[in-house]
Design a protein around this ligand. Structure first.
Ligand code: ADP
Ligand code: MG
Length: 619
């Protein structure tokens, strides 16, 4: 029996490997540019002839190579960038496989001149089809200049498969742009057939984008910034109105390396949800910095695909960061619902100074004093029910609530005033003038925004606002209560009283004060400032029925249910007239919420009508 296995000669192995690394001239451009960057260059020039089929030349001012290294660099698996397999997880460089130069030299005529700073003379190597033809000393500036001529000269099949000059040039430009965008702090230039295509000075990311894509790009960019433990996101997205029909300017860079990621692309598109015309693609230039340990870039030979440890978290972070950025230049519908909006400033107030919250207490208040006029002030959404702010009423009026407990008329006279709990963070005159709103059918609030209009269900919106306020009061701080002059006593059955016992602590956090809670009687001496006294018994009834005779085990669920129920009862109803200040208070209050889109019971709070939807109606 004869042995048939033999080792492939190096130049054949190199040619085969070259098939993986070098698909077309653009692949050579990418590898050479990356080598120049890894060499610490601050200025890199690319020159091509005939779409790179005739010549690809890259000149850099990087650290250059020693005489031996210059020779070794063309060996397969010759790299200065990793020593151990583990180093792959600490990669700070573009290259690491040590295959590019060997592959390129196997399928082209390569001419390399290189010199290290401290050397007097440099080295000049000529290689053709993996064969070193000459190596000699030469005079050359610090850095490396590499010429790659007649690509695929020895593999006619590959050469014939190359596409037209314009297609191959397009590929090269794509690679050039990706590398240049990833490294704004390096100067780049590109010439094709003697004419300058790009001249990119050292700059910041924004200028780099503008230098590549034209000065009109500048106004289209919306900055994106997010810094989390897992990833730092910077960069820009294009404003929705400039989105393109074709997927054009979409760039992800992870640790300064261009990558393709359909998954992350989806996250971006999701952030643009509702803002783009059909089939339009947003542009984006997003730079992600992650711990090299958390990614695997080794899964694809040309290294444009990447595996992240926690893709899902990345998706969420990216989407929310972009939504937030879009929200800052547009309005409502693109607000970021995943973000802690407690930390955000409503748009109208970004330039304003916040005032210290004031607790208004009328020290001269005397319930037995007669005063004839009444005023109300402030912007927060609350009911006119605090005694202190109605000093003008005669003291008898304090009891009107008791008489018309179920009187709808009284309910429709809902008024808004400053809320003692949170105070007036922003001055109300600004609210009133910052935008225009209308009330429709005493049920909806209409507010225009840049791209159309928004239609808000007033009851649902108020529900959401109160719900979040209540949750805060219950979990974070005790709310202020209004003392009742005469205790309110309610007759309940034993089971109901027992349920209130369970909820007592939470209820007290919202401002209730119970002086008695036993058997079939409870006595209330204080109530939350947002509730009119006349509403208390209805509200507690509603609360008990919402709990459906069952108190959830978990404290959280209990609090949540309580807040939901109270919010629903307390919220202004449909049919209530709202004046402009009240409307605006609702709108602003809503969009200061963490989740302005849905009521606590997951019902839609507002709908938007985009300008184009309106236009369609007129067609
Ligand atoms: P890799 O980049 O994966 O290490 P390459 O085949 O691209 O493999 O390059 C081999 C080695 O040659 C590099 O590790 C580097 O040390 C050296 N080298 C290549 N290009 C340059 C350059 N422009 N300047 C300095 N050194 C270079
Ligand atoms: Mg390389």
């Amino acid at each position: 029996m004869t042995d048939i296995i033999q080792l492939l000669p190096d130049h054949v192995a190199n040619q085969i490997a070259a098939g993986e690394v070098v698909q077309r001239p653009a692949s050579v451009v990418k590898e050479l540019l990356e080598n120049a960057i890894d060499a610490g260059s601050t200025s890199i020039q690319l020159l091509i002839k005939n779409a790179g089929k005739t010549l690809i030349q890259v000149a850099d001012n990087g650290k250059g190579m020693s005489l031996t290294d210059a020779r070794l660099s063309f060996e397969r698996h010759a790299t200065s960038k990793i020593k151990l397999a583990e180093d792959l997880f600490q990669l700070q460089t573009k290259g690491f496989r040590g295959e590019a130069l060997a592959s390129i030299a196997a399928i082209a005529q390569v001419d390399l001149k290189t010199k290290q700073e401290e050397e007097e003379v440099g080295t000049h190597i000529q290689i053709k089809g993996s064969e070193v033809e000459s190596q000699e000393a030469c005079v050359t500036p610090k850095g490396t200049v590499i010429h790659v001529k007649n690509l695929f000269y020895n593999i006619p099949a590959r050469r014939n498969f190359l596409k037209s000059t314009s297609v191959e040039t397009r590929h090269i430009i794509d690679e050039f742009q990706r590398v240049a965008l990833a490294h704004p702090s390096i100067a780049f230039s590109m010439h094709h057939n003697g004419s300058e295509m790009f001249q990119l000075p050292v700059s910041n990311p924004r200028q780099r984008i503008v230098n590549i894509f034209g000065s009109k790009t500048n106004e289209k960019l919306v900055p994106v910034e997010e810094d989390t433990e897992m990833v730092k996101v910077t960069g820009f997205v294009g404003k929705p109105e400039f989105a393109k029909r074709t997927r054009g300017e979409q760039f992800f860079f992870v640790n300064d390396r261009y990558i393709k990621s359909p998954y992350l692309n989806h996250a971006v598109t999701a952030a643009f949800e509702g803002l783009l015309k059909d089939k339009a693609h947003p542009s984006y230039f997003l730079y992600l910095q992650v711990d090299p340990k958390s990614i695997d870039i080794n899964i694809h030979p040309t290294k444009t695909e990447i595996k992240f440890d926690d893709e899902h978290a990345l998706y969420a972070i990216l989407r929310s960061a972009i939504k937030h950025s879009l929200g800052q230049f547009s309005v409502a519908p693109v607000l970021d619902f995943n973000r802690d909006s407690n930390l955000d400033t409503p748009y109208e107030f970004q330039q304003k100074q916040a005032e210290t919250p004031k607790v208004e207490v009328d020290r001269d208040f005397n319930p037995f004093k007669e005063v004839s006029t009444r005023t109300s002030s402030g912007s927060s959404v609350g009911f006119q029910s605090r005694r202190q702010s109605a000093p003008q009423e005669s003291w008898e009026a304090l009891y009107t609530g008791l008489n018309d407990q179920n009187d709808e008329k009284d309910f429709s006279k809902v008024e808004f005033e400053s809320d003692v709990v949170t105070g007036q963070l922003f001055d109300s005159s600004a609210v009133a003038t910052s935008s225009t709103t209308f009330q429709l059918q005493k049920k909806y609030i209409i507010s225009p925004f840049k791209n159309g209009m928004i239609l808000i269900d007033q009851h649902r919106a108020h529900c959401r606002i109160l719900y979040e306020d209540l949750l805060k009061s219950i979990t974070v701080k005790a709310a202020v209560s209004q003392q009742l002059l005469f205790p309110l006593s309610l007759q309940l059955n034993a089971q109901e009283t027992q349920m209130l016992q369970y909820l007592r602590e939470s209820l007290e956090q919202t401002g209730f004060i119970f002086s008695k809670m036993e058997e079939e009687e409870i006595e209330i001496t204080g109530i939350p400032t947002l509730i009119p006294e006349s509403e208390v018994s209805i509200l507690l009834d509603q609360l008990l029925s919402d709990f459906e005779n069952e108190i959830p085990e978990s404290g959280f669920l209990q609090t949540d249910l309580l807040a939901k129920s109270l919010a629903k009862s307390m919220a202004i109803k449909a049919g209530t007239h709202l004046d402009t200040v009240e409307q605006i208070a609702i709108v602003n209050g809503l969009f200061a919420c963490k989740e302005p889109q849905l009521t606590p019971s997951n019902k839609k709070i507002f709908i938007t009508l985009q300008a184009e939807d309106i236009e369609k109606k007129f067609m």
